[in-house]
Structure formats: C-alpha cells, structure tokens
Design a protein around this ligand. Structure first.
Ligand code: BGC
Length: 819
C-alpha cells in the first residue's frame, strides 16, 4: 500500500529547494497542498486534487501498468531530470553545476539520490556506500543522537572466509542498516579482479579469481536484498588500478575479459539478481565502460539476462577526470552512455542536460532511447522501500551486528606461519610485549568511499586486554604517545588536502635496552605491521609492499632479544592485501594475516591468538616471494608512468595463481592457503554422475584428525585438456566449507560444477567450448595442496554457449603464453 503523507511531501519540497542548480530543473513542478483519499479502504494521496486516482497511483495494479501510465504523463524535461541523479553536498565547489540532491535532508552522508518528481509522488531513492558497511554521517544538525553504522570486515577479508552462508549473514545485517537508516541502494559489493597486489582498492574487492568473487558477491547481494533493499554491484568492469582511473584505457582481449574480468559479474548476476550495477570509470579497448553498448547491453542484458538498471560511477565517463568537471570537459558521452544502457548518470551535471537537449534536437538521441532508461529507473524506484513509504527507525541493532562483524573477522584471518605450534598462545603466557605502531592504531578499513563511520574500533591492544592478557605498560606508553602525535599530524595533512591518501604511520625508535627489558619481563612478543590504502591511487612497491627499514629493524631486534630468552614472536599483518613476508618470515614464530578486519578487529585477532577460534581463513590472492614475481609487475598501471592513459593486459588469462601455477613460479603463500590449529584428512572423492553436458556433483569427506575443533575450506580445481588454445594448468571451479568439526568428526561436502566450468572461451568461434579429452578434478586445501584427484573423459567437444563477438581490442595484443 502506498500512502504518501503530508510530512513526506515536505521532505520532497525541502529536497527540491536544495537542488543546487535550481530552477531550470524544477520547471513544471507543482507545489501546494495535497489531500488523501480512501479507495476500497486503502488510503491514497490524491495528487490530482479531483478525487480520482490515476492509474500509476493505484497500488492494486501491477507495477508495470502503473509505470507505463506514469511514463505516458512525464514531460521530456521530467524524463531528463530522472536520468540525472543527484550527488553529495560538499562537492559543489569541486564540480561545476552538479545536481546536489537531498542527501542532507534525507540521509546525511549518503552518496546520492535519484531525482524526485514531487508532482507525481515519486520520491528520491537514496544510495549509500559501500562494501564494508553503510557510509552515512555519524552526527546531524539539531540532534544529539548518533548515526553510526557497523564497520564490517572489508571485502578481501570477507572472501577469505570462503564461507558463503556467513557472508550472506553479513549481507543481511548490512542490508538491515541500509533499510533502517533510510537508504534504498547499497553501493556494494565491489568485485574487480585483483590483477596486481598493489591496487589501492584491493581491500574492497574479493579476489584474483572470478569464481570466488562471483560466488561471494552473490551471497552478499542475496543477504542485503533479503531486506527489500537493493545493491549496486560495482565497478563493471576492468577497473583494476586506481591511478588515473577516470582516463585509463584498458587494452584487453575478449577471452581475458570473458574468462577473468567479466566472469565474476556474470556469476553474481545469474545467482543473485542485483537491483543495479555500477559501470566503472575506465575505458575498455577505447570505449568508456559507461558508454559501451556491448558491455552494458549485448553482454550484460542480452547474454546474461540482467533486468536491473546501470548507473555510472560518480561522474564516470569524462576523459579528463575531475579537472574537466570543473567546467571544461573536452569530450563527453552523455547520449552514448544512455544509448549504451547506462540508465542513470550519477550525479548529473548541467552540461549533461544540455547534451541531452542538443542531441534530442539533432536526432542523435531519440526520445525512445531516453524512455528505456527512464523506465528502468522508475522500476527501481517503484521497487524501493522509499516508494513503499517504509518507516525506517534510524535505530538498527548495532550490538547484534557487531557480533556478526566479529564472527566474520575471526573467520577471515589467515594463519600464514605457526612454527612449533607457537599459536595458540598457551594460558601460561599471560604477559605480552606489544610492538609496532599499528598495534596501537589498528586499521579497521580502507579509505575513500569504502570507509564506514563506525562508533569505535577495537585496537589490537584493546582486544588483547579484553581477552585477559597483561600488556607491557612501559612499551605501551612509548608507542601511545608517539602514535597519537603522528595521527594528529596526519589529520592536519588530510585537513589541508582531503584527497590525499593516508600516509604510513612511522615507527618510534625503541632502543635495544628497552626491547631487552621487555623480553625479560614478558612471555611473548606481538608485533603489528599495518598499511592503509584507498581510492585514487595504488600502493607502492618500496616502503609499502616491502617493509620499511625501521619495520625490518624492529622485527630483527625483537626476534633476536626474545629468541635469546627462548620466547616467541608473533607478527600480525593489518593490511588489506599482500606485503612481502618471505624476506623476514624465518625470523619469527607465527604470522597472522588479519586484513582490515572492521570495528571488532582487535577482539577478532584475540579470538584467534587465544585459540578460542581455530583459524580457517584462506588466501584469495597469491602472496609472491618478490613483487617482480607477479605476472603484472611490469605493466600494472600502464603508461606513461607518471600519468598512465593506457594499460595493456599482456598477461592474458594468466593472472594470480593461474600464472604462478602454469609458469612454475613459487609463491610465498599460494592462493587458497591457510593453516589451522588442527589438521584435516580428505577422502572418498566421488563424482555422482558422468553426464558432463549437465550439472555434476562432486563429493568429498573431510575428517578432523587433529586435537582441536576447526573448519576447513575445501577447493575444487579443474585441469582441462589442451585443445587448440593454451589454458592455465588448473582453475578453481567450486569450493565449500565444513561446519565446526570436532576432533574425529567427518563431514561430506558436495560441490557442483556445470558444463560452462569445463569450457574455455574460443574467440575465433565466439563460443565457450569444452574440449574433448581428459579432465582432472583435484580437491584440496589450496592451489598447491591437492589431496584427492579423479579424472573423466569427454568423448567429443561440447559447444557450451555461443555468444556475440564483441569488445575486441582495436589492435592485436601479444599475450603471454606458456611454452
Ligand atoms: C567510487 C564508488 C562509490 C562512489 C560514490 C566513487 O568514487 O569509485 O565506488 O560508490 O564514488 O561514493
């Protein structure tokens, strides 16, 4: 039932008044008093003031009829308004003539809204970032009430759980905050492939592998959308580096696109039906993704059956980035975007309205093209909670959600090293010496739109104190005063230039005598290495991927002093991606990859260190021995180096473990790797049917053969026969995680593979083809730890799917091939 109350209409009016560029966008709008009417016992707002209900207002009719009716009433001006969303207040100075919307009146701090049409009772649908939680302002004018949202673990952490139901429960909790804080669309999840360990936004993404990206995304989307809220799956596609992201032209083969960069989106679209998709900033093969018909219509809609709407990334589709948006855009693609199937321009700017008017006049754009976009926007608006007038509480159950955040963070942690069972910490080791600046300023999430305004962050030291440990107070005092000062300096720097990335917090000088004393007085040393990263730039090789001289010096000194007294050293890595570990791992006893674990981070680390929970996270990105070992080390950001405009994906499909395995490059820690406090035995691998033209189930028994309870993430890799094109030696095709298995307990896991999983993309035939020959299935604990194998034969080639021959590079790319 739709009832639009008078107070709600006041909100619309306020919103319209707040529209920055004002009156030209409001022409034709009516104001004045509205009345309610009752029809069949249902209350309606009488927008016509004549006692008659128009079809589009009649909630008894199917939505499609109502939308058709409304479409027939909209003026051209109103249609143009609708395709131009509104944006965040605060950016008006930066971007000339941006349509500044009602976020300050509706949900302060939200990223934007759709354009409301008051005359018809069409509300502004609110959109909030991001993948780790609902990004809104924590405080508001005229109230003491706070509006904090839960800071969940970041994307890479969530995927490292390999636990789809758990990620779905995170999605349900996050979606509940979307709903209860009055937002409609959560701008998440983000699933760009981690093509290189240094991408600034890897922390938000899920993996270097499209299958786990797509499956985990589907769980997240299903969780969020269960609340009746929508998502925007982003950034579609190939936005794999941050430097110069609004200008970068990605040159990539159709095969690599389909097998690597689009595949995760395809899985997520087919398995979860996201309400919206966000196109990315970059170009692919010369065309902005937001203006690429083949990407947004031929593939996304015609091939995959996507029914929702596509929106641009914020101001996406401008060749000269933000500078141009100050008013001098040399190229703009407004009509091309709309015709390509990018329905909503987020947020709209005045020059786009002018583009549309000009192009309608010249005939380059037809009203029917506009209608397609308008209809999709109205479908999204009609399906929204706002349209249903959901009375949100502004009071989600943050306590309950914090528990879910802690559970997920705990399960995300990957135990990389555990020499002589250094972990879990035994109950007799109660006194801890805690080193490293980041132990005292634990990083919960990344920067930029993926950041969440959370009520608190449990630091590592707080987590350890909560778990009952005693922490060396002399050391704490040194670190706390140093870190507080450094954080203040950083805040000042960011105040001066908010677009700056958060710099690294340095290490204080802790002399040998102090370390020696702490080794004498404590049972164990814990040392944290931290990093922050975010939008607009990528991480660096030196003093970022590789540790700084001071960090290495600290590891050296602490290890030497503690080991000389037979005491252990544990390193916690508080980073949203890989760092170099191989060059120093032999110096310490235990290494825990804690990622950016969200607001409950310190508690979650303590849960693992104490053994309350046995670690069960596994890597979704390869950790190389040296940065140069990565297949994209030389061509990551493209060229020219200082301001890249072009990048060529010469590595083809050999990204991440596909490269390391096929080219026999030894990683530090491989894809899928992670230790536990217990051990698991794999047995009884079975394929339940041998008709590979249909879905096939593969089952495996996993037994806990150790002494503590634990969970295991089993991975199914497939090796396909050579055929006429080169292929990675193996690829992940399915995964499943056990429940908590008690010592001695066994669980049978079942994983499903379908014909497309056998197939590679043959560009010359525009087809996914499963080549005849012998296929090997391996089920194991990582990409290098195969436990059980079986083979099967395909008698003849199967053309699994014929698709369109589109999105080819303009020039031939010489791709890497195994010899
Ligand atoms: C980011 C998106 C985000 C949008 C709105 C852009 O800069 O790339 O991920 O959703 O801003 O905040």
């Amino acid at each position: 039932m739709k009832v639009i109350t008078k107070s709600k209409m006041k909100v619309f009016s306020a919103l319209l008044l707040s529209v920055g560029i004002g009156t030209s966008f409001l022409s034709g709008q009516e104001s004045g008093s509205m009345q309610k009417i009752i029809v069949d016992g249902i209350e309606f707002l009488d927008l016509n003031k004549n006692g008659k209900l128009d079809k589009y207002e009649d909630t008894r009719l199917p939505e499609s009829k109502r939308i058709d009716d409304l479409m027939s009433r909209l003026t051209l001006n109103e249609k143009i308004d609708l395709v131009m969303g509104t944006g965040m207040k605060g950016f008006e100075g930066l971007i000339k003539d941006m349509v500044v919307g009602g976020t300050e009146y509706l949900v302060p701090g939200a990223a934007g809204t759709t354009f409301p049409l008051e005359k018809y009772g069409i509300p502004a649908v609110v959109m909030t970032d991001g993948p780790a939680g609902v990004r809104i302002s924590p405080t508001r004018k005229n109230t003491n009430k706070t509006f904090y949202a839960t800071g969940f673990p970041v994307g890479i952490a969530l995927a490292s759980t390999w636990n789809s139901p758990l990620v779905q429960s995170v999605g349900e909790a996050m979606g509940n905050e979307v709903l209860e804080y009055g937002s409609d669309i959560q701008l998440a999840p983000a699933i760009n492939i981690m093509r290189n360990p240094l991408c600034g936004r890897n922390y938000e993404y899920y993996s270097e592998d499209p299958l786990i990206s797509g499956k985990i995304a589907a769980s997240m989307i299903n969780g969020i959308q269960k609340n009746g809220s929508g998502v925007s799956l982003k950034h579609y596609a190939a936005n794999n580096s941050e430097k110069n992201r609004m200008e970068l032209n990605v040159h990539v083969s159709q095969r690599s696109l389909r097998e690597i960069y689009l595949r995760g989106f395809e899985i997520a679209v087919k398995e979860s039906n996201p309400a919206t998709i966000m196109s990315s900033y970059n170009k692919i093969n010369g065309v902005y993704t937001s203006a690429d018909y083949d990407l947004l219509t031929t593939i996304l809609r015609n091939e995959w059956g996507f029914k929702g709407l596509v929106m641009t990334d914020w101001l996406g589709g401008y060749s000269k980035g933000l500078e141009a948006l100050k008013g001098n855009a040399s190229e703009h693609y407004t009509s091309q975007q709309l015709k390509a199937g990018n329905d909503l321009l987020m947020p709209g700017i005045a020059l786009q309205k002018q583009d549309i008017l000009n192009d309608l006049k010249s005939g380059t754009l037809k009203e029917k093209d506009l209608n397609v976009c308008v209809k999709r926007i109205l479908e999204m608006v009609f399906a929204s909670q706002k349209m249903k007038n959901y009375q949100f509480s502004n009071n989600p159950d943050l306590k309950a959600h914090a528990s879910i955040a802690r559970l997920a963070a705990t399960e995300a942690m990957v135990l990389l090293e555990n020499k002589q069972q250094a972990l879990p910490i035994t109950s007799s080791s109660n006194k801890l010496a805690v080193f490293g600046s980041y132990s005292y300023n634990f990083v919960a999430g990344g920067t930029g739109s993926g950041d969440v305004n959370k009520a608190y962050v449990v630091s590592l030291t707080d987590g350890l104190l909560n778990a009952g440990f005693k922490i060396d107070s002399d050391l704490s005092a040194i670190y706390k005063s140093f870190v507080n000062q450094e954080v203040l300096k950083i805040k000042e720097k960011l105040k001066a230039d908010p677009m700056n990335l958060v710099p690294l917090i340095p290490q204080p000088q802790v002399d040998i005598a102090t370390i020696r004393k702490s080794a004498l007085q404590n049972d164990l040393a814990i040392l944290t290495i931290g990093r922050s990263s975010g939008e607009m730039d990528d991480r660096k090789i030196q003093d970022d991927f590789y540790l700084t001289k001071d960090e290495i010096g600290l590891i050296d000194n602490v290890s030497r002093e503690f080991h000389s007294l037979n005491k252990k050293v544990i390193v916690v890595i508080n980073v949203g991606g890989p760092v170099d570990i191989a060059s120093w791992s032999n110096k310490v006893d235990g290494i825990l990859q804690a990622w950016l674990p969200g607001q409950e981070g310190g508690n979650a680390v303590a849960d693992v260190l104490t053994g309350k929970v046995s670690p069960s996270g596994k890597l979704t990105i390869t950790f190389p021995i040296k940065y140069e070992d990565v297949s994209t080390a030389r061509n990551f950001q493209g060229f020219p180096a200082d301001n890249p405009t072009d990048v060529v994906y010469e590595e083809g499909v050999y990204v991440g473990y596909r490269y390391f395995n096929t080219f026999n490059v030894k990683p530090a820690y491989e894809f899928g790797y992670g230790l536990s406090y217990t051990q698991f035995e794999y047995s009884n691998l079975k394929i339940n049917n041998s008709d590979f033209t249909k879905e096939v189930s593969v089952s495996i028994d996993i037994k806990n053969i150790g002494k503590t309870s634990g969970k295991e993430a089993a991975q199914l890799y497939l090796s396909a026969p050579a055929g006429k094109i080169d292929k990675p030696v193996k690829e992940l095709k399915a995964f499943a995680k056990t429940k908590l298995l008690l010592p001695g307990e066994t669980q049978t896991l079942t994983m499903v593979i379908n014909p497309k999983d056998l197939a590679s993309f043959y560009t010359d035939k525009s087809s996914w083809i499963a080549d005849k020959g012998t296929y090997k299935i391996e089920v194991g604990a990582s990409a290098l730890d195969s436990r059980q194998t079986t083979t099967f034969n395909l008698e003849k080639d199967i053309v699994v799917e014929k698709v369109n021959n589109v999105m080819n590079p303009k020039e031939k790319i010489t791709e890497l091939k195994p010899r």
